[in-house]
Design a protein around this ligand. Sequence first.
Ligand SMILES: Nc1nc2c(ncn2[C@@H]2O[C@H](COP(=O)(O)OP(=O)(O)OP(=O)(O)O)[C@@H](O)[C@H]2O)c(=O)[nH]1
Length: 349
Amino acid sequence: MPPTSFIPRHVFPPLDSLPRSYYLGHHAAGLSKMRSILSQIDMVIECRDYRIPLTSRNPMFEDALVGKERVVVYTKRDLGSGGSKEAVEKRHSLLTTYHSPSPVLFSDHKSPGDIRLVLSHLRSASASRSALTGSHLMVVGMPNVGKSSLLNALRGVSLNRGKAARTGAQPGITRKIGTGVKIIDAEEDGGGSAVYLLDTPGVFIPYVPDASAMLKLALCGSVKDNVIPPFTLVDYLLFHLNLRSPELYSAYCCPTNDVATLLDATAKKTGRLMKGGEPDWEGTAMWMVQRWRNGFLGRFCLDEVSEEAMVAYGMARENAPRSVNQMRKVGKEALRERSKLRRSNAGSG
Ligand SMILES: Nc1nc2c(ncn2[C@@H]2O[C@H](COP(=O)(O)OP(=O)(O)OP(=O)(O)O)[C@@H](O)[C@H]2O)c(=O)[nH]1
C-alpha cells in the first residue's frame, strides 16, 4: 500500500484530445472474412488480455460469431497475477461465473501447465467430432492479445513442433487469415479427432467510448505506439502504479504524482539523456511502458474486477452497440456532445 502521507492523484492532460479510434482496413477485412468462413468452424477461442479483462472485450465478435461454441482464454495471465492468492482466485471465479456457460481459461504462453489445461479442454470439446475431417477452431481477439503466441504454445506443448505463426510486440503482426495449423493429433484408437486452429488478425473496436479504456488498450499494446503519446501513457501508468505502491518505481524516483518528475529522474538514473545532457522524456517514457508490459514495473490488472464492476459491465454489455454502424453512430454522437461541451466551456471562459 502507498505510504499514508502519499495520496495518488490523477494529473492528466485533456482527455478530449485523445484519439478514440483505431479501426483499420485489415480489421474490417478480417472480421468480414471470419463471418464468411464461420460455417466451416466448429468452435471459437476468444482471447482477452488478462490485465484488462473487461476492456479487451470486443462486442463485435459476439455479433459476428453468434451461435458458435466458444471458449474464452484470458491471455498474459502472468502479467496481471501479482497480489494475494485470494484476490487472484476471486478474480478468476468472477470471470468464470460471468462467462458461464462458456468455459473460461487463463494462460501464460510460457507455462506448459496452463497450455496443457487449454489443450485438455479443446481435446474433450472436440472428442465427438468427425475423426475423418478433424475439428476446426478459430482464435479471435483484439490486436496483440496473444492469439498467435497461444497457437504456437498449443502446438509446441501438444506436438513438440516449432512456431507456426509470427508474433511480435506491436499490434498488426497477423494481417490475414491463413490456413489451419494442427495443434492436436488424432488419437490412434480413433477416440478423438485431430484439431486444427486458424489464426486471425486482431480486430479493434470502431470507436472507444471512454478515454480511460483507450489508454488501457494502448498501455497493453493493442494500438500502435505512435497513436497515443508515450508521455500520456506513462502519466496514466503512473496513476495506476501509485494506486498500488510508489515502491514499484522506487529504483528510479521518489513517490510523485507528476509524470515530468518521474521521467526526469528515470532518464537520469538510466542514462537516457540527449545532447547537452537534457533528459530524453520520450525515449524514457517508451522504455517505462515496455518495462511495465514485460512485467518489470508490477504485475497487476488495470480493470477492476469486482462484483460491482461486473454488474455495471453486465449492464453496459446489454446496451453496448455491436455492429460497426451502431458503433460509428455512437462515436459521432459522442464527438458532437464533446464539441458542444467545448464550445460552451469556451463561451463561459
Ligand atoms: N508475458 C506474456 N507475454 C505474452 C503472452 N502471450 C503473448 N505475449 C506477448 O504479447 C505480444 C503479442 O503476441 P502475439 O501472439 O503476436 O499477439 P496477437 O494477438 O497474435 O497479435 P496481432 O497479430 O497483432 O493481433 C508478443 O510480444 C508476445 O510475446 C503471455 O501469455 N504472457
